[in-house]
Design a protein around this ligand. Structure first.
Ligand code: PMP
Length: 460
């Protein structure tokens, strides 16, 4: 990009931010002496902050969201045109962009037919939880109400979503939680609980889910909610053998399968949706970040017709889904999502994510050869993690302060990467990479070069 435009008075903006903005997920004490960082402009993978510093963003807006990259004028124009013509009507009536996008989206998801619109990932997950509870009440006398979730997975920030949250450091301070959520073990092969590996570990991890189901009573379990590839919990790609067994278990006990694609959707992992790597057939798929790449706040809870039909009994006045989300009726969201999807298709970004993901993993594996601190690298598509350990034999995690120092060193070099941060107790030791799906080899090489330097400086 040739130029970027700073505001006339950057100091005034910084002071307004310092005085009045409560940032997400950060301790504010340091802002008494250092300036909050304020982003002004973006183009492609590049960002400029208010002090004129250029950054390469390897985490797509910090939280793996801006899949098509910054500065897409056609998305901005599509939103402006739509909201000028018709901005909003509560979801009891349809709108042209909502219908159009629902048709485009379900065409990418064989077996899934219905789109329920909301605004955030947490909210989309809450919709699925509420559907499960209502199905339980209507069809199972309220008994089949429990929702299983996995250790290390995350499904959102609201109290019910946190109740389904397997990252205890994130949950700390916010209990008591909602009843009826039951935890099952994770499937991180690198930290295999019994030393088994590969397909055997995959099958055993799934078996551990069945063990919980049997202990709780299968007739009490309504749904199993999982991330296809665990994101903030440390980029966990389930091993071979895991998903077929999970699917089999759900079918055996009539448990609805809810896949949380809030992060993995829209090409992030090199397929349209993460679950499509594994040949599974979910009943619910929730999605948010990549739906409109952050150009608008939109999320979706997509369901099969089997689920939808359970709410269509007109002999029972209360049987429809009695839920509303005011801003699920915004038209700017689906207008942006339509354009976002067209860009992903026209520029073949799903294939680019797969190809560039291979390149990134190749570069990370070179880094692993160089730094014994890297114990494991994992990922799919443009979604990768490098787990840092003090010792490769014991796999003892490095202290989170080093993870934070490496992220900060990269930031000082103008490269924004992520790190598991205060999520899984004792395991805040994984560096995260999830750039926009337009990333090139050259971009990724620059990112990895910065990480190489940072690891050398912080850990030696
Ligand atoms: N599910 C997953 C897998 C997520 O990573 C997140 C957010 N990082 C959420 C749900 C919640 O999304 P939101 O912050 O939009 O509510």
């Amino acid at each position: 990009m040739d130029s970027y435009s700073l505001p006339n008075d950057p100091e005034q903006v910084i002071e307004a931010d310092r005085a009045h903005v409560w940032h997400h997920l950060v301790q504010h004490k340091p802002f008494e002496t250092i300036d909050p960082r304020i982003i002004v402009e973006g183009k492609g993978l590049r960002l400029w902050d208010i002090k004129g510093k250029e950054h390469i963003d390897a985490v797509a807006g910090g939280v793996w969201t801006v899949n098509v990259g910054y500065g897409r004028e056609r998305i901005g124009k599509a939103i402006a045109d739509q909201v000028t013509k018709m901005c909003f009507f509560g979801g009891t009536m349809g709108t042209i962009p909502a219908a159009t996008f629902a048709e485009m989206l379900t065409a990418k998801m064989p077996g899934l037919d219905r789109v329920y619109y909301a605004n955030s990932g947490s909210e989309a997950n809450e919709k699925a939880f509420k559907m499960v509870r209502q199905i339980s009440q209507k069809h199972y006398g309220g008994k089949k109400h429990k929702i299983l979730y996995r250790d290390r997975d995350y499904h959102g920030t609201t109290i019910a979503a946190l109740s389904a949250g397997g990252q205890d450091d994130r949950n700390a301070h916010y209990g008591p939680f909602a009843p009826g959520f039951v935890r099952v073990p994770h499937c991180l092969e690198y930290r295999s609980q019994d030393g088994s590996t590969g397909e055997a570990y995959g099958e055993k991890s799934a078996q551990m889910i069945e063990d919980v189901i049997l202990a709780e009573g299968p007739d009490t379990i309504g749904a199993l909610c999982l991330e296809p590839i665990t994101a903030g919990g440390g980029i966990i790609v389930p091993p071979e053998g895991y998903w077929p067994r999970v699917q089999e278990i759900c079918r055996k006990y009539d448990i609805l399968l809810h896949i949380d694609e809030v992060v993995c959707g829209f090409g992030r992992t090199g397929t349209w949706f993460g679950y499509q790597h594994f040949g599974i057939e979910p009943d619910f798929v929730t999605m948010a970040k990549g739906v409109a790449s952050g150009y608008a706040a939109i999320s979706c809870c997509v369901t099969s017709n089997r689920v939808f039909e359970m709410f269509k009994d007109d002999t029972d006045k209360m049987s429809y889904f009695r839920d509303i989300s005011t801003f699920g009726g915004c038209t700017g969201g689906p207008a942006a999502a339509i354009e976002n999807m067209k860009i992903i298709e026209e520029e073949d970004l799903v294939a680019n994510s797969a190809a560039m993901g291979d390149h990134l993993m190749g570069r990370l594996s070179e880094l692993m050869d160089k730094h014994a601190w890297i114990g494991d690298i994992r990922g799919k598509g443009l979604f990768a993690g490098a787990e840092l350990v003090r010792d490769r034999d014991t796999k003892e995690p490095i202290d989170e302060k080093y993870t934070a120092a490496i992220v900060a060193d990269c930031m000082a070099q103008g490269v924004i990467i992520g790190g598991t941060n205060r999520s899984v107790p004792g395991f805040n030791n994984t560096l995260l990479f999830a750039p926009a799906l337009i990333a090139t080899k050259d971009d990724l090489d620059q990112v990895v070069a910065a990480v190489d330097k940072a690891i050398g400086r912080v850990l030696g």
